[in-house]
Design a protein around this ligand. Structure first.
Ligand code: GDP
Length: 303
C-alpha cells in the first residue's frame, strides 16, 4: 500500500542518523538550527549548490514571516523542497505513440532488470501490451533471465543469441509494430566486454531504433541507483551527453540516506540537466515502483 512504501522511503532517507525531522524537536529557531540543517542536507547528498539554495530561501522565508517556532521552520523547508523538486515531476506519457518505444540504459547493478519487470507489470495492469527487447546481448545470463521472466508474465521477449544489440532493438521495434504492441521496452547492456565503448554502443542502438521508426525512441530512460548519491549525478551527466535522456528511474530509495541527490538533480548541480524522474524504486517487489511526486518525496525527506 501507499503508506507502507512511503514509510520505507522515510526510514531509508533518515538512515544516516541525521534524521532531518528530529532536528526540529525542542529547539529554538537560531543559527545553530540552520547549521544543523546544512550538515544534514549535505549528508543526504543534496550537494552544496542545492543545499545553499534551499537554505537561503528558508532563511529569507523565516525572516520575512518572522517564524519563531521550529515546527513551522520544518513546514517551510518541506514546502521549499517540494517546490524545488517539482520540475522533476512528470507523468509518463504512455499513449503518445503506438508502439511507444522506450530505450532503457543503466550500469549493471542499478536495478535495470528489476525496474523493467516492474514497468512491464504496471503497463500490463493499465491494459497495455508490452514487448521487450533483450538488448544486453553480452550477458547470456541477463538474456535468459529476461526470457524466463517474459514467459512467466506473458510478455514477448525479442532476443538473439549473442547478436548485435542494435539489431535486436531494430527487430523488436518492427515486431512491436507488426503485433500492434502498445509499448516496446529496449533493454541495453550496463557494461561491455573490454575494447568496446558503452556510450558508442548506446548511441548506435538509439540511431538504429530511429531507422526502424523515425520518431523512436520516444523515451530514453536511465535507471540509477539512488543509493549512490553523488555518483548517480555523474552517471546522469555521462548518459545524457551520449543518448539525451528523457527521464530517470531512481531505484533503491527505500534503503538509502542519499535521496537528497534528487535535490542536486533539480538544481542542475555539477552540469547535470534536470531530467524528469518518472518513477522511484522503493523495494524489490513488483509494486515497489512508484511515480515520483515531489511533495510526497519532500515529506519523506523532511518529515
Ligand atoms: P541490473 O544489473 O541493473 O539489471 O540490476 P537488477 O535489476 O538485477 O538489480 C540489482 C539488485 O537490486 C537486485 O537484488 C534487485 O532486487 C535490487 N533492487 C532493484 N531495485 C530496487 C529497489 O528499488 N529497492 C531495493 N531495495 N532493491 C532493489
Amino acid at each position: 500500500s501507499k503508506s507502507s512504501w512511503l514509510s520505507r522511503l522515510t526510514s531509508g532517507l533518515s538512515r544516516t542518523g541525521q534524521n532531518i525531522s528530529s532536528l526540529f524537536v525542542g529547539v529554538k529557531v537560531d543559527e545553530a538550527l540552520f547549521e544543523e540543517l546544512e550538515t544534514a542536507l549535505i549528508m543526504a547528498d543534496a550537494g552544496v549548490e542545492a543545499t545553499e539554495k534551499l537554505l537561503a530561501a528558508l532563511r529569507a522565508r523565516v525572516r520575512k514571516e518572522k517564524i519563531a517556532d521550529a515546527a513551522l521552520v520544518k513546514a517551510a523547508l518541506r514546502d521549499l523542497l517540494a517546490e524545488h523538486l517539482a520540475p522533476l515531476e512528470k507523468d509518463f506519457p504512455i499513449d503518445r505513440a503506438a508502439p511507444l518505444v522506450v530505450m532503457i540504459a543503466g550500469v549493471n547493478g542499478a536495478g535495470k532488470t528489476t525496474s523493467i519487470g516492474k514497468l512491464a507489470n504496471a503497463f500490463q495492469r493499465q491494459g497495455k501490451s508490452v514487448l521487450l527487447a533483450a538488448g544486453d546481448t553480452f550477458r547470456a545470463a541477463a538474456r535468459e533471465q529476461l526470457i524466463a521472466w517474459g514467459t512467466r508474465n506473458n510478455v514477448t521477449v525479442i532476443a538473439q543469441d549473442g547478436g548485435d544489440p542494435a539489431a535486436v532493438a531494430f527487430d523488436a521495434v518492427n515486431a512491436g509494430r507488426a503485433r500492434s504492441a502498445d509499448v516496446v521496452m529496449v533493454d541495453t547492456a550496463g557494461r561491455l566486454p573490454t575494447q568496446l565503448h558503452l556510450m558508442e554502443e548506446l548511441k548506435k542502438i538509439k540511431r538504429v531504433i530511429g531507422k526502424a521508426d523515425g520518431q523512436a525512441p520516444h523515451e530514453v530512460l536511465l535507471v540509477v541507483d539512488g543509493n549512490t548519491g553523488q555518483n548517480a549525478i555523474s552517471q546522469i551527466r555521462a548518459f545524457d551527453a551520449a543518448i539525451e535522456l528523457t527521464g530517470l528511474v531512481v531505484t533503491k530509495l527505500d534503503g538509502t540516506a542519499k535521496g537528497g541527490a534528487l535535490a542536486a538533480v533539480a538544481a542542475g548541480s555539477q552540469g547535470v540537466r534536470p531530467v524528469p524522474v518518472y518513477w522511484i524504486g522503493v523495494g524489490e517487489g513488483l509494486e515497489d515502483l512508484q511515480p515520483f511526486v515531489a511533495r510526497e518525496f519532500a515529506t519523506a525527506v523532511v518529515g
